[in-house]
Write a protein that binds this ligand. Structure first.
Ligand code: ATP
Ligand code: MG
Length: 445
């Protein structure tokens, strides 16, 4: 993409309404604009990050054997009356009446709708296990929408639902989700720690939240620092192997890590003092096992091997897709702007022409731009007629992990400059070597 042909409305000044870095930077970098309280338009740069996050989620869910689908945002109130949640949900639910005076709602979550789809289509244990998921917009009329996309009213969520014959099968589904989420967040370049949590309106007794540590987080967290040293790396998981999946879950859930809702001082005191940590975290996902909470009232039953009709065991599993954009920035920025992890960056490399209009510099940039695009490195070429300082400031603000700088002086020596946004370190090399270096880096993400 050429910057002169793109839509990147960056702001020079800090917007007054933004209290935290991610909100400020998303506005300044031209990623989002507020449409009304807690409701945002995603501008082209923001959308590219959102799409990357979605792509990683899809890959990891499908790897775990979970099947993508899509349900509508608007749902009928009838199903929610059946489960008893129409009244229980309260004012967070946006209720709508259509022209026939039918009660509708903008879905805050989808347990009822998916259970209805399931019960009308599945009747036998032979069709289980089954896990369906979607990435779809949700609406919750939050009392205090704030921090930009972090606590929006309309927000994008991955929500998955497992249907299993037995509690053991459903707990395996729970474990698959925990492991697939660990991989998912790690690929996005954030550390999200699974913490034992309380269940809230979704219900159930087994639940973990995934929290990104950040001072601006809304949850108080207590943890053993050993959990922050764990990393998934490139180990392969066989999701059909229950014991192997369970072992990974055990590894991550053994160290103490809880939110204030489930925190227990007596248990925490058993963690060696030098490893005890208190802090704040941003909830970027949550998994639940809730058994037959929905399948019983909604009669989602299957016939088991013995010929008996039994309610299925279920769980639901969410990732805050749009919130993650903010959370990743909270965890990865400096005073100059965003620092995107390679896994979610909107463009993989920025190309800066120090002397736009200079025949040699222009030609070198054109050929490097084509080369980078061919190598799948998705360059953003700053081809504006601007001072170098202004171009660098824009690149630093939007936070691409790598920048290649091309100018007449380097070209005379046959080199360009490759700069890391994270370390600020620059290295001179031939244009071909820069393409090769970046190809190697991105081959690993
Ligand atoms: P919170 O406690 O932050 O209100 P929640 O526990 O009610 O969230 P879940 O029902 O667990 O949310 O939804 C799954 C995920 O969706 C959450 O982990 C979070 O990342 C995201 N999410 C929830 N509410 C919002 C919101 N208002 N804006 C953006 N993302 C949200
Ligand atoms: Mg939650």
């Amino acid at each position: 993409m050429r910057l002169t042909q793109y839509f990147l409305p960056v702001l020079k000044e800090n917007p007054a309404e933004a209290q935290i870095a991610s909100h400020r930077l998303m506005l300044r970098a031209g990623m989002v604009r507020q449409a009304s309280a807690g409701i945002y338009s995603w501008l082209p740069l923001g959308l590219r990050v959102l799409r990357r996050i979605e792509a990683i989620i899809h890959e990891e869910q499908e790897r775990a054997g979970h099947i993508p689908m899509l349900m509508p945002t608007i749902q009928s109130a009838d199903l929610w009356r059946e489960s008893g949640r129409y009244d229980a949900y309260g004012p967070e639910m946006l209720r709508i009446r259509d022209r026939h005076e039918r009660d509708m709602l903008y879905g805050p979550t989808n347990e009822e709708l998916i259970t209805d789809i399931f019960r009308n289509a599945v009747g036998s244990y032979r069709d289980l296990p089954l896990t369906l998921y979607q990435i779809q917009w949700k609406f919750r009329d939050e009392i205090r929408p704030r921090f930009g996309v972090m606590r929006g009213r309309e927000f994008l969520m991955k929500d998955g639902y497992n249907f299993d014959l037995t509690r053991e099968d459903a707990l395996h589904a729970y474990n698959r989700h925990l492991v697939s989420y660990l991989r998912t967040y790690e690929r996005m370049g954030v550390k999200a720690i699974p913490m034992r949590a309380a269940s809230g309106p979704i219900g159930g007794d087994d639940t973990h939240e995934f929290l990104v540590l950040a001072e601006t987080g809304e949850s108080a967290v207590f943890y053993d620092s050993a959990v922050t040293d764990l990393s998934f790396g490139d180990r392969q998981v066989d999701y059909a192997d229950r014991a192997a999946v369970r072992a990974i879950v055990d590894e991550w859930t053994a160290p103490y890590a809880r939110t204030d809702e489930t925190h227990d001082e007596a248990v925490f005191a058993e963690v060696p003092a030098e490893r005890r940590r208190e802090g704040r975290g941003i909830e970027v996902g949550q998994i639940f096992y809730f058994g037959t909470k929905y399948s019983e009232p909604m009669k989602a039953v299957v016939v088991n091997e013995a010929g008996e009709r039994v309610p299925v065991h279920m769980g639901s599993h969410g990732i805050g897709v749009s919130r993650l954009v903010g959370a990743i920035i909270e965890a990865s920025h400096d005073e100059r702007g965003i620092i995107w992890p390679e896994g979610v960056t909107p463009f993989r490399v920025g190309l800066v022409n120090l002397k736009q209009g200079d025949a040699g510099a222009d030609a070198a940039c054109e050929s490097l731009y084509a080369e980078l695009a061919r190598a799948g490195l998705e360059p953003l070429y700053d081809d504006r007629d601007e001072r170098a300082g202004a171009k660098f400031a824009t690149m630093d603000l939007i936070g691409l992990p790598w920048r290649i700088t091309v100018g007449p002086r380097g070209l005379a020596k046959g080199v360009v400059e490759l700069t890391s946004r994270r370390t600020g370190e620059s290295e001179e090399m031939s244009a071909a070597a820069a393409v090769e270096r970046l190809s190697g880096i991105y081959a690993r993400v």
